[in-house]
Design a binder for this molecule. Structure first.
Ligand code: NAD
Ligand code: UGA
Length: 459
């Protein structure tokens, strides 16, 4: 069968895999290749057990795989064959050299740009799908233009806004698709070709076109604004606990103002995930490098508040459990950075576990999807932690439960049974405010929600 567009995605991760699967489903007349240097990941994409857990993903992959969707490690050949290349490699925070701990590490991205130059035999559109510092396209163009065989590359920015756990839903019904290009004839033509892909299923008015730099910067700013809301509400959760106000009531009261809106106002143990922290740090670094120290300080506070919230949660546990948790068994309900994913990158559960272990607690960790990742994250504390998928077994003989991920399954457990098998007094710290606190209190638990009055049986 002849395909009328040959699309390649370099990077088969949380973004590349789901995004290309959805494009393949919606555009059967295109051939989509997804390549990666990680052989194991590619093997998993070609199997029944995909490398990431994402509701609805397996069905979509199975529908298109082998028809117009292919996963391989054949990077060079697939570059040669394609007209459009999406670059969706990782861009983590730099851990070395200049900008360490803040700037984006662009080594994977730069390697890709060189691979493209070295293996291209025809003109191509290169699409930045990864989240990148503003003006990265300029650097990419410099590398791409360094070829000597007259091939033309047009760079487009098309950042991804999907959230893990709802990736397929977000891709199928996005709030918007953002496409940034140079405002030249060639740039605008390339932008309209990329828009043409999304027009297969996204309404015209949801496709926003801008200049390249606005598009690159908008992605960082969207994440910064979302994270800022969480830090704002978390800062007020601390104040609510001091004043007998209730953070859920406050979220409801302010969220009904249509100018504020109701989403992303759930108090928590802090935001996690592979992007918020790294993207805000990157924003802080960019602001600093332009000499805008006040702007940098302003956004840095969003991160500081997040670190404070994790520490505050643990300090509170220690204080409420009679100022010591040494030798006590604490069961963590959830380890993933949010529900509906097995991803634990930058999960607040990692820092919280380490703080608890420093206080010499013994941990029991349960999660429906993230146990294997949790084992890797806490490998250096082997022997001080048990990992158990069954929450009933995990909580047996423990002094306390801390809810760290908002999995629905934790709402419906038999807490009478759990209470019976725990040490007394039994403590429950709800870091996501998902449980029925009154009911737990009546069972006998001492209950510590976030940003609300505690319910205890102590006189
Ligand atoms: P990821 O680590 O899951 O995937 C990146 C993949 O790129 C890895 O499999 C890696 O092996 C591969 N790779 C690295 N260098 C390569 C090279 N030279 N050639 C071929 N493959 C290479 O990362 P991710 O979560 O998919 O994120 C990718 C980008 O998308 C990041 O910039 C991130 O900020 C952004 N983003 C992520 C999300 C999310 O929810 N995870 C959402 C929106 C945007
Ligand atoms: C986030 C953005 O929501 C996506 O739009 C963006 O594309 C993505 O980052 C990215 O660039 O990687 P993601 O990190 O997958 O998506 O997940 P979110 O749903 O944003 O949750 C992030 C963290 O905030 C989680 O730890 C979550 O539990 C926490 N959170 C979220 C709260 O604590 N309270 C809330 O009200 C909402």
């Amino acid at each position: 069968m002849g395909f009328n567009k040959k699309i390649l995605c370099i990077g088969a991760g949380y973004v590349g895999g789901p995004t290309m699967a959805v494009i393949a489903k919606k555009c059967p007349e295109y051939i989509i290749n997804v390549v990666d240097i990680n052989e194991k990941r590619i093997e998993q994409w070609n199997s029944e057990k995909l490398p990431i857990y994402e509701p609805g993903l397996l069905e979509i992959v199975k529908e298109a795989r082998g028809k117009n969707l292919f996963f391989s490690t054949d990077i060079k050949q697939k570059i040669k064959e394609s007209d459009i290349i999406f670059v969706s490699v990782n861009t983590p925070t730099k851990t070395f050299g200049e900008g360490a701990g803040m700037a984006s590490d662009l080594q994977y991205w730069e390697k890709t740009a060189h691979e493209i130059v070295e293996n291209s035999k025809s003109d191509k559109i290169i699409v930045e799908k990864s989240t990148l510092p503003v003006r990265t396209a300029e650097a990419m163009e410099r590398i791409l233009k360094s070829n000597s065989n007259g091939i033309k590359f047009e760079v487009i920015s098309n950042p991804e806004f999907l959230a893990e756990g709802s990736a397929i839903k977000d891709l199928l019904d996005p709030d918007r698709v953002l496409i940034g290009s140079h405002l030249t004839d060639d740039g605008l033509k390339a932008a309209s070709i990329i828009a043409g892909i999304y027009k297969h299923w996204v309404a015209n008015e949801k496709i926003i076109t801008t200049n390249l730099w606005s598009s690159e910067l908008s992605k960082l700013i969207a994440n910064a604004f979302l994270a800022q809301r969480i830090s704002s509400v978390n800062s007020i959760s601390a104040l609510s606990e001091k004043t007998d106000a209730d953070i859920s009531e406050i979220s409801r009261a302010i969220g009904t103002d249509s100018r504020i809106g109701s989403k992303f106002l759930n108090a928590s143990i802090g935001f996690g995930g592979s992007c918020f922290k790294k993207d805000i740090l990157n924003l802080v670094y960019i602001a600093k490098s332009y000499g805008l120290s006040e702007v940098a300080e302003y956004w840095k506070a969003v991160i500081s508040m997040n670190e404070y919230q994790k520490k505050r949660f643990v300090s509170n546990m220690i204080k409420e459990m009679f100022n010591t948790i040494a030798g006590k068994k604490i069961t963590l309900f959830g380890f993933a950075f949010k529900a509906e994913t097995g991803d634990t990158r930058e999960s607040p559960a990692i820092d919280i576990s380490n703080y608890l272990l420093e206080e010499r607690a013994f941990l029991s960790i349960t999660d429906p999807q993230a146990i294997e990742n949790a084992k890797d994250d806490l490998a250096k504390s082997e022997g001080k932690i048990i990992f158990e998928e069954d929450p009933y077994k995990a909580s047996e003989n423990s002094n306390a439960i801390a809810v760290l991920t908002e999995w629905n399954l934790y709402k419906d457990l038999d807490y009478n049974k759990i209470y019976k098998n725990m040490k007394k007094p039994a403590f429950i710290f709800d870091g996501r405010n998902i449980l029925d606190h009154e009911k737990l209190f009546k069972i006998g638990f001492n209950v510590y929600p976030l940003g609300k009055r505690k319910l205890t049986h102590f006189k």
